[in-house]
Design a protein around this ligand. Structure first.
Ligand SMILES: NC(=O)c1ccc[n+]([C@@H]2O[C@H](COP(=O)([O-])OP(=O)(O)OC[C@H]3O[C@@H](n4cnc5c(N)ncnc54)[C@H](O)[C@@H]3O)[C@@H](O)[C@H]2O)c1
Ligand SMILES: O=C(O)C(=O)C[C@]1(C(=O)O)C=C[C@@H](O)C=C1
Length: 300
């Protein structure tokens, strides 16, 4: 049970965590801060927060859990603003899509003791919608949450972060910060860049109105994520640039190869490439299976 949750960033991710905790009766009071007053008031109206405040410092004062859910590049300022006001035993965690840059920002802004209270996290759950109106209590159910604990973290802080996410129905996995950024560059950041680029390319065609008029299921599935928040994805691309660029080059090489096969009317080559991709997706892509309590290992 959380006595007071400080929520910094009141959009899809922060709002959904608060609604999930409130729905289960797992939080006393939720105090919220986001940059714009209008967002804070809307978050209160939607029942995401109980008390809007005017600064990060005011939000974290007296909170036993602090959750940072702003775009990644805003987090450095948020950590700086909270440092003076944090309670000594508060758990600090976040939902940022990139972990290396967030850890570096926390380390620069917080004292050694405060940094040890910070357990970085990343829910692998979301939608293309943003802002408080996009939040919903079920978002994290049966989705993975990756925690990237650090050697500085005390074991009980890591346990608190794990318990927090399990309590809202998520399945917790831990990995190293650098490995997280490498893997997520492939599975999340590259697909978003590909989707934004595809829609951007189509939008430049002279016949674009007709193109979008006749777009059907394939286009819808591939392009949905190009409706995601541009500022959030700008931040992700810039902060995970070193992992994203090689993934992008790898993908561009594959596209070039496909172009060559089509250009040379190499039907066998095209079919082979498609068959390989289909076989891998059919075999490896598995949405998270809901866990029944009976299936939980006894040690968890
Ligand atoms: N959208 C997704 O699918 C998804 C999934 C997993 C993780 N994430 C990560 O979670 C974080 C939040 O994403 P979201 O989808 O909830 O975004 P969002 O746009 O819905 O919400 C972001 C919130 O942060 C606030 N904000 C922006 N700058 C701020 C600042 N300087 N100080 C205080 N508040 C500020 C905004 O007003 C808004 O309330 C991001 O770091 C993102 O990378 C997003
Ligand atoms: O489903 C979506 O709309 C998402 O984009 C969610 C998604 C992703 O799967 O890439 C987006 C960003 C994250 O950091 C985690 C999850």
């Amino acid at each position: 049970m959380i006595q007071r949750l400080a929520l910094i960033g009141l959009g899809l991710i922060g709002g959904s965590l608060s609604l999930a905790l409130k729905q289960r009766g797992l939080v006393g009071e939720v105090v919220g801060y986001s940059r714009q007053l209008q967002t804070r008031l809307r978050a209160r109206e939607l029942g995401i927060i109980d008390r809007p405040v005017d600064s990060v410092a005011e939000a974290v004062a007296g909170a036993d859990v602090v959750f940072v859910a702003t775009p990644v590049q805003a987090m450095a300022g948020v950590f700086r603003d909270m440092a003076e006001a944090l309670a000594p035993n508060a758990l600090i965690t976040d939902g940022g899509s990139v972990k290396g840059a967030v850890v570096a920002a926390a380390k620069a802004a917080l004292s050694t003791a405060q940094f040890a209270q910070f357990v970085p996290g990343h829910p692998i759950a979301g939608t293309e919608r943003s802002g408080p109106d996009a939040a919903f209590a079920e978002l994290f159910e049966n989705h993975r949450i990756i925690l990237t604990p650090m050697p500085e973290n005390a074991a009980d802080q890591v346990r608190r972060a794990e318990d927090l996410w399990r309590s809202v129905g998520a399945q917790v996995e831990c990995m190293d910060v650098a490995h997280h950024d490498h893997i997520l560059a492939a599975t999340s950041h590259l697909p978003h860049v590909a989707a934004f680029s595809l829609v951007s390319a189509l939008s430049r065609l002279e016949e674009r109105y007709e193109v979008f008029r006749y777009a059907a299921g394939g286009f819808r599935d591939f392009s949905r994520i190009a409706s995601s928040d541009p500022a959030m994805w700008r931040d992700i691309c810039l902060t995970n640039r070193d992992e994203l660029l090689p993934m992008l080059d790898h993908y561009l090489a594959e596209l070039q190869q496909m172009r060559g096969l089509i250009d040379h009317r190499d039907g066998a080559g095209i079919e082979q490439m498609f068959s390989g991709a289909k076989a891998v997706r059919d075999a490896l892509y598995r949405p998270v299976e809901p866990k029944t309590s009976a299936a939980e290992p006894a040690s968890e």
